[in-house]
Each structure stands twice: as C-alpha cells, then as structure tokens.
Design a protein around this ligand. Structure first.
Ligand code: BJW
Length: 228
C-alpha cells in the first residue's frame, strides 16, 4: 500500500480504560448498576432528570482523578506531526484526548463538561452547580441538560465525519465494541471509499470481519507501537 495521506481514527471507551474509566459493556461496565433505558435516552431524562443528572455528575466528577494514558498521548503526537488530513472521532465523553493535546478531534457523542439547552440548542461549559432545569443564559428556558447524545438522538459532526471518511485512505478503530451505530458502520464507509482499515482492540469487535487487519492487545501498548 502507498503511504496514506488522510487518516480517520475512531476511538471508543477502550482507549480510556487504562486511565481508569470503565467501559460500557462487559463485566464492571459503566452501566452495570444502571439500566441503559434509565439513564441514556431522552425519555429517561424527561421521566427522571435527577437520576440522569446524578449519573453524569458522578462521571464528570470522576474526570478529576484520571489522566491521559500512552494511547491518548500517542494520538496527540500523531495529530501534531501528521501533515496530511487527520480526524480523531471519539465516541467518548471524557476530555482525555484534548488533555493529551489532540486538536483535530470531534466528540460525536457529546462531552461531559458541556451543557446543552434542549430548547435553543446553545452549548455552554458545564458549571459545577447546574441542577436539573437550570436556566439557559441564552433563551431563559429552564432547559439545560447534559450535552450527551442519547440513544435515538443524532450524533454530532456527522457531515464532517462523513466527509473525512469519504477522503480517508486509512481508517483506524481503537477500543470500541462496534455495538453502537452509526460509529459501528464507519469501517464499511471507509472501505467503500477505498481506505485500508485497521482495528486495535483488546478483543475483536462485533465488526472485526470488516477490517483488513486486527491487532489485539491493550491500547496503551498497541497505539504507541502503531504511531511510532
Ligand atoms: C480495550 C481496552 C483496552 C477494553 N485497550 N481496548 C438497530 C440496529 C442498528 C442501529 C440501531 C438499532 N436500533 C437503534 C439503533 C441506533 C442506535 C444504536 O446503535 N443502538 C444499538 C444499541 C443497536 N444508535 C443511536 O441511537 C445513535 N443515534 C442514531 O443512530 O441517530 C440516527 C442518525 C445517525 C446518523 C445520522 C443521522 C441519523 C446514538 C447513539 C448514542 C450512543 N450514546 C452512548 C452514551 C454516551 C454517553 C455516555 O457516555 O453515557 O455512547 S451509548 C455508549 O456506547 C456510549 C459509547 O460512546 C458507545 C459505544 O461504546 P464503546 O465505546 O464501543 O464501548 P464498549 O464498552 O461497548 O466497548 C469497549 C471496547 O473497548 C471493547 O471492544 C473492549 O474490547 C475494548 N477495550 N479495554 C483496548 N485496555
């Protein structure tokens, strides 16, 4: 294969696992103590906003105790050094990629440290004391909520992601189970555009068969080895 020019890198919960953030699925998963329908849908938010806020407040607070790991660091170095096109698409709502220094990054499932007005769509930094029904500074509605893409909602930056996938000649998926769409379908989109596809994961994902190559192991080892 010729030297790739345009890279798209998809990351999932596995990239932050070695920083101490639990993944979603599997033993000890983030949702083990919560039914996903209780915390991760617009209906759940409307039904019990206090529960949903508590869940995300706890995850936000936990960010203070974690640090980027060698996988985040390696991707940030790659971002700084790569002269061609590059887009890191993270499904994670933590801020470890940006704390490591990544710049060409989109959070397709939202961000723990952002608040979204459900009425007017404005996004503001999450302040420590935002209770359910906090008032939006832009429209005055009691409508600020966690800026998280729930099931049934449209992920962020889809136009930019689809453009990047259409131009990619290398697509790398790191630490994601391939259980949630549309991210789970990016490998097929990239292949359709002619990209080579590589999966780095602890275990093969649901879509492993779509990748040209799969390397198994912890992201903290595999990602620096791939980047260097
Ligand atoms: C390691 C490691 C280590 C561990 N090193 N690796 C039926 C069929 C198909 C689709 C649907 C369907 N019914 C409904 C849908 C759509 C739905 C969906 O996909 N549902 C599935 C359950 C089937 N999707 C949606 O609703 C999405 N919206 C949508 O589709 O809108 C329509 C639309 C799209 C595009 C254009 C126009 C319209 C929205 C999905 C929102 C997902 N939100 C969540 C919650 C975010 C907030 C939060 O954090 O609480 O996002 S769900 C959750 O799953 C979270 C994650 O980002 C996402 C993916 O999880 P991830 O990252 O893969 O984690 P895990 O735990 O699953 O896997 C961890 C992996 O790491 C494993 O592979 C391990 O091996 C690995 N690992 N340690 C390397 N050390």
């Amino acid at each position: 294969m010729s030297v790739p020019r345009n890279l798209v890198i998809l990351t999932g919960a596995g990239v932050s696992a070695e920083s101490g953030i639990a993944t979603f699925r599997g033993p000890g998963g983030l949702w083990e103590g919560h039914r996903v329908e209780d915390v991760c849908t617009p209906v759940a938010l409307a039904r019990d906003p206090a529960l949903v806020h508590r869940f995300y407040d706890a995850r936000r607070a936990a960010l203070a105790a974690v640090m980027p790991n060698p996988a985040h660091d390696a991707l940030a170095r790659l971002d700084a050094a790569w002269r061609g096109g590059l887009l890191i698409v993270t499904q994670n709502v933590d801020d470890l990629h940006e704390r490591a220094g990544a710049r060409r990054l989109v959070h397709m499932h939202g961000a723990l440290q952002s608040a979204l007005c459900a009425a007017c769509g404005v996004q503001v930094r999450w302040e420590a004391d935002l209770p359910p029904g906090a008032v939006c500074g832009a429209c005055g509605g009691p409508t600020l909520r966690p800026d998280i893409v729930f099931f049934g909602e449209i992920p962020y930056a889809m136009d930019r992601i689809e453009r990047a996938l259409g131009e990619a000649d290398l697509f790398v998926s790191i630490g994601t189970s391939g259980a949630v769409y549309p991210a789970a379908g990016f490998v097929q989109g990239a292949r359709y555009a002619g990209a080579r596809t590589l999966e780095l994961n602890l275990e093969p994902s649901a879509g492993s068969g779509y990748f040209h190559e799969t390397r198994l192991g912890p992201a903290g080892e595999l990602v620096p080895a791939w980047v260097e």
